[in-house]
Design a protein around this ligand. Sequence first.
Ligand code: IPE
Ligand code: IPE
Ligand code: MG
Length: 233
Amino acid sequence: MKIPQHIAIIMDGNGRWAKKQNRPRSFGHYQGTENVRNIAIKANELGVKVLTLYAFSTENWKRPAEEIDFLMSIPAIFIERFLAELMEKGIRIKTIGDLEPIPEKTKKVLLRAIETTKDNSNMTLVFALNYGSRKEIVNGINKYVEDVNNNCAPYPLTEELFEKYLETSEFPEIDLLIRTSLDYRLSNFLLWQLSYSELYFTDIYWPQFTGDELVKAIEEFSNRQRRFGGLNE
Ligand code: IPE
Ligand code: IPE
Ligand code: MG
């Protein structure tokens, strides 16, 4: 089995999963958080180098305040429960997205976890939090223009240089994108970075997406032929 270096996941379907068992959406999010731990541990075991998880989009602010509050508390719940295990397994935590509007407590816990895990060198677990790809691209362009104005960047911009202005600049290319719950869209996730990634959609809701399901996705990835615009060998 060929192991992708970098997997990104749109963890969708927490609400639908909860509804199916007559439980509140927050229950779905809670179980979804438990599953982040399972999938992170499994991906690390398999030798994945970077796992990027879509936790909250710039559009998710449209949800009811009560749900937003719960979603915002989740990173802290996750870290408090699993930091020791992440340390033991050598997993490093990072984030992409704008942390500015994230509640202080959550931000504090997150920043501390990033600092505590910074020397871990097995897998990097990246949470996309208040992340939106269009915003990331526009921010990158603005930063570049500023650098040009300050004579700190060459003109014209190239693809390679532009990638340095994206929040993912330190990570390898995304090999595989997984979206759970059978919606076929990107929902403003990593639009630039997914240009040549393999896409995998499954009908399984995120709280039920097990380690075996991850292996299934990777097996399918292994059997795909990536051509990057060229021809088969
Ligand atoms: C994904 O589950 C989690 C977040 C978007 C934060 P949803 O909450 O979108 O669940 P569904 O899509 O309504 O089932
Ligand atoms: C994408 O899921 C965002 C996250 C998983 C965090 P959504 O549930 O927000 O996406 P849409 O609204 O169905 O496109
Ligand atoms: Mg959804």
